[in-house]
Design a protein around this ligand. Structure first.
Ligand code: ATP
Ligand code: MG
Length: 425
């Protein structure tokens, strides 16, 4: 019996992985230009890291984590997100001691045991940025500019909407939680089972619940935005005006709370109409208290994570697969021809010319068919006579013309013709 992959896990096949490379390449360059440096973190962490940072009463910690005891009896968890690990790494490696400011990015898989559906997997991938050390609104605006430019560079900015909100400070939140609890108490029976409990422990989560009953019940709830303190209100006004000046379009969504507990002040989501129910393609915000929560000094911070699968879905629409087509296909017949073909292919590749070939002793006709199927522009024919004289017959497959040239010269001739990729530029 064939062993199959686990539910919610995927193989990314070559046609699709080209899109992944494209996105990752653009992202790495945008991050670099904005002064972010790469952080590579372990996939497995002590469970306590996530419980303490993400929060006990969240979907992720309550029901989505892959947690198990390792051989030594330690409870370990496959990371469900990157921020907690980034903060741990920032502290554990003493980055805060040399300079309290750091801008880091990461790319990699995350694991959450959710119900699999389009755009929702159990192993998915995120690109994330974390910015430590700046409490000022300028840092919030700059991070949002980065996020916007990332989508803009990929040609996706016309298909996303940026929504922002503020969650205020700890004091604002405590006061709001009371107001919200008072509002939700009378309609507790209309809420889903989880949310009935959350009214007591963490009523903010009710606003974030995906159940339509919970959404309806909380539709008229007071908003956090209406009750934030003066300082938090000013911070938000400043973020907004900076975004206006940068011409980054956004909408204020006073109902947005995020699914993790550590956020404060500015929070945001990047939504796309192309993704159906899973409409969030990136999300993030400030988490000024998290470094302290995880045992460090008070270092303000903020960040975001973008879902790669959802970016790939967006980019794949109307974007035909662009598999590399060889510019040249080597056709070889007779003694020593295979040897000559391998050598010539290597010379061509080293000169930056895409070249492919077949390794078998197949007929001339069969190899020419392969050349056509591969979409080659030239067939480079090595028969016994050509090999003996150090030549190769170059057949232009579009024009049907053919000329014989020295093997040594063919790489430079074809390099000058240009590969399909370099012609586009
Ligand atoms: P959602 O509301 O879709 O569950 P979330 O609030 O749980 O998202 P975050 O934890 O903020 O998401 O993660 C940021 C981004 O990571 C999301 O916007 C999404 O693009 C992606 N993402 C999150 N969970 C998944 C998943 N299970 N499968 C694929 N992508 C995901
Ligand atoms: Mg989620």
């Amino acid at each position: 019996m064939l062993i199959k992959k686990l539910k919610g896990f995927r193989d990314i096949l070559p046609e699709e992985s080209a899109l992944w490379r494209q996105i990752e390449g653009v992202a790495v360059e945008v991050f670099r230009r904005y002064g972010y440096r790469e952080l590579r973190m372990p996939l497995l962490e002590e469970t306590g890291l996530f419980r303490r940072s993400i929060g006990e009463q969240t979907d992720i910690v309550e029901k989505e984590m892959y947690t198990f005891l390792d051989g030594g009896g330690t409870s370990v968890t496959l990371r469900p997100e990157g921020t907690a690990s980034a903060v741990r790494a920032f502290l554990e490696n003493g980055l805060h001691r040399t300079d309290s400011k750091a801008r880091l990015y990461y790319v990699g898989p995350m694991f959450r045991r959710e119900r699999p559906q389009k755009g929702r997997l159990r192993q998915f991938h995120q690109l994330g940025a974390e910015c430590f050390g700046w409490p000022e609104a300028g840092a919030d605006a700059d991070l949002l500019c980065l996020l916007w430019d990332l989508f803009d560079t990929l040609g996706l900015s016309t298909r996303v909407q940026l929504q922002i909100n503020t969650l205020g400070c700890r004091g604002d939140r405590a006061a709001y939680v009371e107001r919200l609890r008072a509002y939700l108490e009378p309609c507790r029976d209309e809420l889903c089972e989880n949310c009935r409990r959350r009214v007591d422990h963490n009523p903010l989560r009710v606003l974030d619940c995906k159940s339509t009953h919970c959404q309806e019940a909380s539709a008229g709830a007071p908003t956090l935005l209406a009750g934030v303190c003066g300082d938090c209100g000013d911070h938000f006004v400043q973020v907004r005006s900076l975004l206006d000046r940068q011409q980054v379009p956004y909408q204020v969504n006073p109902r947005m709370v995020r699914g993790l507990d550590y956020y404060n002040r500015t929070t945001f989501e990047l939504l796309s109409g192309d993704l159906g129910a899973q409409n969030a393609v990136a999300a993030g915000g400030r988490y000024d208290g998290l470094v302290e929560t995880l045992g460090g000094p008070a270092v303000p911070a903020l960040g975001f994570a973008a879902g790669l699968e959802r970016m790939v879905l967006m980019l794949a629409e109307g974007n035909a697969a662009t598999a590399a087509t060889p510019l040249a296909f080597l056709v070889h017949r007779g003694e020593h021809a295979l040897e000559a073909a391998l050598l010539l292919r290597r010379q061509l590749i080293r000169a930056g010319v895409e070249a492919d070939m077949d390794y078998g002793e197949r007929s001339f006709k069969a190899q020419m068919r392969s050349a056509n199927r591969a979409g080659a522009r030239y067939a480079l024919i090595l028969g016994e006579e050509e090999v003996a004289q150090g030549n190769v017959a170059v057949k232009n497959l579009d024009a049907g013309t053919q000329e014989t040239v020295a093997q040594d010269g063919v790489a430079s001739i074809l390099a000058a013709t240009g590969s399909p990729a370099s012609e586009e530029e």
